[in-house]
Write a protein that binds this ligand. Sequence first.
Ligand code: ADP
Length: 581
Amino acid sequence: MAAAPVNILLVDDQPANLQALEVILEGLGQNLVRASSGKEALKRLLNTEFAVILMDVCMPEMDGLETAALIRERDLSRHTPIIFLTAYEKTDVQMFEGYSLGAVDYLFKPLVPIILRSKVAVFVELFQKTEQVKQQVELLRQKEREEHESRLAAEKQRWEMDLLRREAERDKETSEILAHKAGELSHLNRAIQEADRRKDEFLAMLGHELRNPLAPISNALHILRQSGNDPQTTVEMYDILQRQVHHMSRLIDDLLDVSRISRGKLELRTQRLNLTEIISHAVESAHPLIGEYRHQLHVRVPDRPVWLDADPTRLEQVLANLLNNAAKYTEPGGRIDITVSPNQGADGLGDAVITVQDTGIGIPPDMVERIFELFTRVDRSLSSSTQWGMGIGLALVRTIVELHGGRVQASSSGAGQGSTFEVRLPLASAIDWEPPALAPPTIATSDRPVNVLVVDDNKPAVHSLALLLRKQGHRVRIAYDGPEALEAVRIHVPEVVLLDIGLPGMNGYEVARRLKEQDGFDRVVLVALTGYGQLEDRRSSQEAGFDHHLVKPVEPAALEEIFSQARTKKSGTLQDAVSST
Ligand code: ADP
């Protein structure tokens, strides 16, 4: 590409000279600018850049050298080459002065056109080259700037991408957490629905279970009314009534236990005991059902005592439950085996292993674990077997066994193959312990009738208890609330007061406190009758001054024990005749 024309300044006071210069330089094709004095030259230089200045030395007013000195003072023209043109022979002084101004050359008149043209051409080219270099530099800078900017842009883009990626990762994490939470929620929801379903099923079953004993009770009552005093029928009907009442009591006890489990309030009253004795109690309590189904029961226990630190009532409950289940879930005429084998290590420690095995309907493999969950029953709608129970028993069994530090597991080879339940309980350590001496035999006291006051606002309950006690020959008075009880005691001092705790108005604790204030009452045995048998309930009745705490329904045997104490002498300490909790 051809370079653009550059400016050349021609300075001379003689127009003819200027013209001559123009003629000589015309062929270079550059911009020739005239100035007829130093002053004019300076004016031209104010805002135009020149490639070279041709300056006449000898000019009126301001000569060439003076003008050049002023040119050099300005930034724009400090380095512009100057060629002095002079008509005179050069003198050393002039030459020296000229060179000190940075001029590059002198030419003498008459000018030789070719020399002048070629010199000027050199400066023109130099200027053009310099301009090119400047442009190159500028281009380079521009390129550098652009590169820098594009690097910055790329960096910014990377940074933004990074930010976006991290945001996306965070979003992904958040959505993963949300998905997880949603999963948990739906799992929870399903669990709640399942629990809800089991609760509904349980309530339906509860109604059914509570209604079941009512039919035989009602039938027995009708028969009793119609049969007059036929002793055979009476005995049979009493038998039915007793069994059904026993069944209902067990049901209610189980329900109370469930509520204790769910509140974490199931407590153990641990003592050193012989497992063999507990087995015999459990067998006794399961005996009616086993007999009803005509099962054969085989009990195998070691000759020597098997010592455990355990709660006797709870342990009996566990074993009776397993035996009752074995009886329930085996077709009549089956076989039940209960076996105890101590599994003792060399250090004397170990487990007592109790197995209850039956030849019954068995348990499907997917249920052997689940049957220990509350309200879980095996659905046997297609089976002809009796289906009863509420799915509570095994949950209680597991909780009680685990509270004892033991384990329970079920196994079965499948439908119709029978089931085996294995309970492992830690053996008591033999160190520092001797078996207790045999308790002294209870000395039977005389059967003298006792004066009893029964206080309860539940009329059927109070009347039936009074009837029972009167039948046994005791003298019984009845009061339906606290004030009536206080009045009755004032008139006829009884030997035993059976006092319900949940009385309307003045409750049993308050009545007890007031009774205790009456003269001569310290000889009276005061017994709390209540539906609650937890440790704190017993503590409350003890604090209120009760001598005994009995849980309803009261066992006649427990009452008899209290009456025999009353006949001899009041013990003065609170002893629980029944340890039902
Ligand atoms: P239930 O009151 O229903 O008997 P459990 O908690 O004692 O409640 O037992 C739960 C379920 O386990 C029972 O409904 C029954 O299906 C099953 N089961 C328990 N014991 C046996 C057994 N010996 N043989 C077969 N199935 C049993």
